[in-house]
Design a protein around this ligand. Structure first.
Ligand code: SF4
Length: 302
């Protein structure tokens, strides 16, 4: 019987009792629950990471203009800007997260990790981590498995969907996955991995889901970049053994409670927040008219 991903405390206990690494419990779970072989799971992870890398590359090289026009090659502009705000690596992290998410907003191929709306975060984080620290592919896959375990618990105890728990649930979960994976790949222990998740949740708590015109473009794309930055800052803090104070399971409970009490207009309905601004509503009307103009006329249907 593999561990069922109910909470972080149980995950740690299970690994300790069975002398397993965190990723091994996730692997066992996938084998048992999904009826797949270990080899199939590793192959799937490799394929997923390949798609992530391609999304980064595509977003940084091809034309990325969404049909609404709200997304217009932002990643390439950030990538090419001559002055890095912190370091070249930070600039790369931000431009990569933007790039992969822009591919999603322009209907390209991405990995929903854990959702399409948050699909730029893990590519930005993992590609940059691997390049910077020369992390072997196998370790990256193990980090992705740990990210999957983190998402399983967050889904169970709170949510990973903006429509259910706000953007904290969606980009917040992806950032937590990234933070845990970074700490693991850089040699952190179990407590440090979970502490990184707790710190990330604390930083993302309360973020509403308010996509302009109901399109997963604004503010979604820039939030992928900021969530990638938070994943890295949380990992940096956790690796230094700075405590989140509130244990990770309680942080997840808090995220669930905040998500439940969030008003419907902040849950992907495009009725609140940025979507309800004057400009947001004007864009929404323009997109609606665009859609109507693209409908085939009745004569051509019949
Ligand atoms: S604002 Fe909503 S749709 Fe956009 S990334 Fe966040 S959760 Fe997803």
């Amino acid at each position: 019987m593999s561990f069922l991903f109910e909470d972080f405390r149980g995950w740690k206990e299970y690994c300790s009792e069975n002398n397993q690494e965190l990723f091994e419990a996730v692997l066992e779970y996938e084998v048992e629950q999904k009826q797949r072989t270990e080899e199939e799971i590793w192959t799937g992870l490799e394929a997923a990471y390949q798609v992530m890398k391609e999304a980064v590359q595509t977003g940084l090289s091809e034309d990325m203009i969404s049909r609404s026009g709200m997304i217009n090659n932002g990643a390439k502009k950030v990538h090419a800007y001559p002055t890095p705000v912190l370091s070249k690596e930070f600039q790369l992290l931000i431009s990569r997260a933007l790039a992969a998410k822009e591919v999603n907003s322009c209907m390209g191929r991405v990995v929903a990790a854990p959702t399409a709306g948050a699909s730029g975060i893990l590519p930005g984080v993992m590609v940059t981590l691997q390049e910077l620290h020369d992390v072997p592919d196998k370790k990256i896959m193990e980090g992705l498995l740990i990210g999957a375990g983190i998402a399983l618990i967050m889904e169970k105890r709170a949510s990973i969907a903006g429509a259910v728990g706000g953007c904290q649930a969606e980009t917040g979960s992806a950032a937590a996955m990234g933070a845990g994976a970074i700490v693991y790949c850089l040699g952190g222990n179990v407590d440090q991995v979970f502490n990184a998740v707790a710190i990330t949740i604390q930083c993302m708590l309360g973020l509403v889901c308010d996509p302009v015109a109901g399109l997963v473009e604004v503010p979604c794309v820039v939030r992928n970049a900021s969530a990638a930055a938070i994943a890295n800052s949380s990992a940096q803090i956790a690796l230094a053994d700075v405590s989140a104070v509130i244990p990770v399971d309680e942080c997840v409970e808090a995220m669930g409670e905040v998500g439940q009490s969030m008003e419907t207009r902040y849950k992907e309905t495009a009725l609140g927040g940025l979507a309800a601004t004057t400009t947001g509503k004007a864009i929404s009307n323009r997109v609606l008219i665009q859609d109507i103009e693209m409908l085939p006329d009745e004569d051509s249907i019949s």
